[in-house]
Write a protein that binds this ligand. Structure first.
Ligand code: CNA
Length: 249
């Protein structure tokens, strides 16, 4: 038996104010590729600088690169269902153990699973707006526009529409509130993130309590307070939490 499983369950059982920091690795089992994992977008898309897809300055000059990717991404999201671990976090909220979820994901799977205390630090796909006249568009209307066009453009002024996702070069959402969630929690669980996107990756630095990391593959440890790191499980997230749940009260 993996000792980390038992320790993780024990920490969860003893905690009443858990903060979760999630990343793209949490949703790969739902069929949504991450960025930097072995089957991630950066490895699969054969272009020179895949970071440009989400670069705000690149987007303003050449939105077609982003929309080529986004069209496929929206199809994946529409068909995706929450994973075992998304549902495990719903249980934590139902048991009043959850302080909040900070997610770097834009797929809304935490909300689809039933979590209410979700903070999308990198925004989401549900709201979209014209970069010129600010008319807002729903997710459904963007899907319709992309059925017929390569780029989603405004029906009033013909300018480009941008989803309310935080691109590289833009400010993240509610950083101070997310920092408070990390500062005040009695257990921080980090899942499925390479912790390589600043400033979200800085958040663990503010943690005063125990930290659990479950992530398969390389991560950046630079902002993890080492004395607080009780568990680093380099494993598949669902396989780990399926075991943990057996020991949770
Ligand atoms: P990342 O940099 O792609 O890191 C993901 C990590 O998860 C990698 O280390 C993977 O090896 C690991 N991983 C993948 N699958 C599993 C698994 N089943 N079990 C355990 N570990 C796994 O992604 P981050 O979230 O750290 O980077 C932040 C970016 C990614 C944010 O801006 C997101 O918006 C963006 N993103 C989001 C989604 C989504 O919403 N689902 C998808 C792709 C990218």
């Amino acid at each position: 038996m993996n000792k980390n499983v038992q320790t993780c369950a024990q920490l969860i059982n003893e905690s009443n104010n858990i903060t979760v920091l999630s990343g793209a690795g949490l949703s790969t089992k739902a069929g949504i590729p991450d960025f930097r994992g072995p089957d991630g977008i950066y490895n699969k898309i054969k272009i020179k600088n895949p970071e440009n897809i989400f670069d705000i300055f690149y987007f303003y000059n050449e939105p077609s690169l982003f929309y080529k990717f986004h069209k496929e991404f929206l199809k994946n999201i529409t068909n995706a269902n929450p994973t075992f671990t998304h549902n495990f976090f719903v249980d934590l909220e139902n048991k009043n153990k959850l302080n909040g979820i900070i997610t770097q994901n834009i797929d809304s799977l935490h909300q689809k699973a039933g979590n209410k205390k979700v903070n999308e630090i990198h925004g989401g796909i549900w709201d979209n707006y014209c970069i010129e006249c600010n008319k807002h568009y729903s997710y459904e209307s963007i899907i319709k526009l992309l059925d017929k066009n390569e780029i989603a453009k405004c029906d009033i002024c013909n300018s480009v529409i941008k989803p309310d996702i935080v691109f590289f070069g833009e400010q993240v959402k509610n950083f101070e509130y997310c920092r408070d969630l990390v500062e005040e929690c009695d257990l921080l669980i980090i899942v499925g993130s390479s912790l390589s996107v600043v400033p979200a990756s800085l958040l663990p630095y503010y943690c005063n309590s125990d930290i659990i990391i479950v992530n398969k593959g390389d991560i950046f440890f630079d902002y993890i307070p080492q004395d607080n790191l009780l568990i680093y499980e380099n494993n598949d997230i669902d396989s780990f939490f399926v075991q943990v749940k057996k020991y949770c009260e």
